[in-house]
Design a protein around this ligand. Structure first.
Ligand SMILES: Nc1nc2c(ncn2[C@@H]2O[C@H](COP(=O)(O)OP(=O)(O)O)[C@@H](O)[C@H]2O)c(=O)[nH]1
Ligand SMILES: [Mg+2]
Length: 381
């Protein structure tokens, strides 16, 4: 069956490649021209930090490697219900994405039409045609090799394939703060969820007994500062703010200075996504970075790009532009509770190999998780 499907697939492939090119063409550049980076960047590069200093509720429950066996067993016991609850919520919140992907099959034993349908679903999932084709190619030979005949087995196999496309075990990673204060610069285009993400992150850090300072470095609208101020209140974090239209770099500088003086653990720097002036956004962010470095040379320790998962393949071109200009350390994918097709997660990771650190799955404080490949894939299948 699989063989027949593969023969048919060849004819389809050229058609699909064509449509993908069209797609890429039309989705080119959501980010306006003035976002395009200036490659002449003399600023010290921010190192890729695969081990950022943030702890989740689960991480807190994780045993230290040196802990005794007994403690480890205890922690495992506590960890399970937390994990279960977290996954339940994720699955609930991703129900629309799951429905959209619709990995449902007509038959109980695999037929050609099931494989064709699956291929179609993968291609239209924002994963990118190339990746979808590769997965189908490998999956079909694996099905043959393993003599897989039922659709249930196929789903399991697909799950493994999808998880393998992403970095492993993220939610269980143990993260340590290497320096204090740990500065996280949050960037992204307008409306993607930067401010909301900062609010959620601040609340999470506070839960972990960390002292958090938020810098309102999106100074272009008074409303943006007010919105952040509400989130800071909700999260019980300190806010450093200046007047509307003041210099964002000065706000960031003051926040880092305050964090050093107050011995705070974490500084979260909110930034604007679009400027109302002629200034280039990337240049503005670089200026913020330079001003942070005046106070703390090895900061910012992380530069997180927030991306709205519902923007489809545009998200990838946004991420590429920001990465080129700023050397991102991580991605936050928001609005996965909306009409996102899910495949964008694979596409972004595949295109940039930057870890997806967090996901936003709603507008509430608790709608925020450390990204876990296994949980994510299980939640969308
Ligand atoms: N459904 C949903 N909405 C979100 C999520 N994150 C942010 N939003 C909403 O997206 C809108 C823009 O968010 P905001 O944080 O102001 O974006 P910013 O311009 O990047 O700072 C707001 O209405 C948020 O409530 C998410 O994960 N899920
Ligand atoms: Mg904002």
């Amino acid at each position: 069956m699989a063989l027949k499907w593969r023969r048919k697939k060849k004819d389809k492939q050229s058609k699909k490649n064509q449509s993908s090119q069209d797609n890429n063409q039309s989705s080119h550049d959501l980010v306006s021209d003035d976002l395009i980076d200036n490659k002449d960047d003399s600023i010290q590069e921010v190192c890729l930090n695969n081990d950022p200093s943030i702890e989740s509720e689960t991480d807190n429950l994780m045993e230290d490697q040196n802990d005794s066996y007994a403690e480890a067993v205890d922690n495992e016991d506590i960890k399970k219900p937390v994990k279960k609850k977290r996954f339940k919520r994720l699955r609930e919140r991703l129900s629309r994405t799951r429905a959209k992907l619709g990995f449902s099959f007509k038959n109980k034993t695999i037929q050609d039409e099931d494989l064709e349908e699956l291929e179609e679903q993968l291609i239209t999932s924002d994963m990118g045609v190339e990746m979808a084709m590769e997965i189908m190619e490998e999956l079909s030979s694996s099905l043959k090799k393993k003599h897989i005949v039922t659709v249930d087995q196929l789903k399991e196999e697909l799950k493994t394939f999808l998880v393998n496309q992403l970095p492993a075990g993220e939610a269980d990673r143990k993260i340590q703060i290497q320096s204090k204060p740990h500065v996280i610069l949050v960037v992204g285009v307008n409306g993607v969820g930067k401010t909301t993400t900062i609010g959620k992150m601040a609340a999470r850090f506070k839960d972990d007994q960390k002292q958090v300072i938020i810098a309102a470095a999106d100074t272009f609208r008074a409303a943006a500062i007010e919105q952040l101020s509400l989130w800071a209140d909700r999260a019980d974090a300190d806010l450093i703010r200046h007047r509307e239209n003041s210099d964002p770099a000065a706000v960031a500088f003051d926040a880092v200075q305050a964090a050093i003086a107050r011995k705070a653990d974490i500084v979260l720097v909110d930034t604007a996504g679009r400027l109302h002036t002629k200034t280039n956004l990337m240049e503005e962010i670089k200026k913020i970075r330079r001003s942070i470095q005046k106070k703390l040379p090895d900061a910012p320790h992380e530069i997180l790009l927030v991306v709205d998962a519902t923007t489809g393949q545009n998200a990838v071109s946004q991420a590429k532009q920001f990465h080129e200009a700023l050397q991102l350390t991580g991605i936050v994918l928001t609005k996965l509770d909306g009409t996102a097709k899910g495949g964008i997660v694979f596409n972004i990771y595949n295109s940039l190999k930057i870890p997806i650190q967090y996901i936003g799955i709603g507008e509430q404080l608790e709608d925020f998780q450390i990204f876990d490949a296994d949980d994510f894939v299980s939640a969308i299948i």
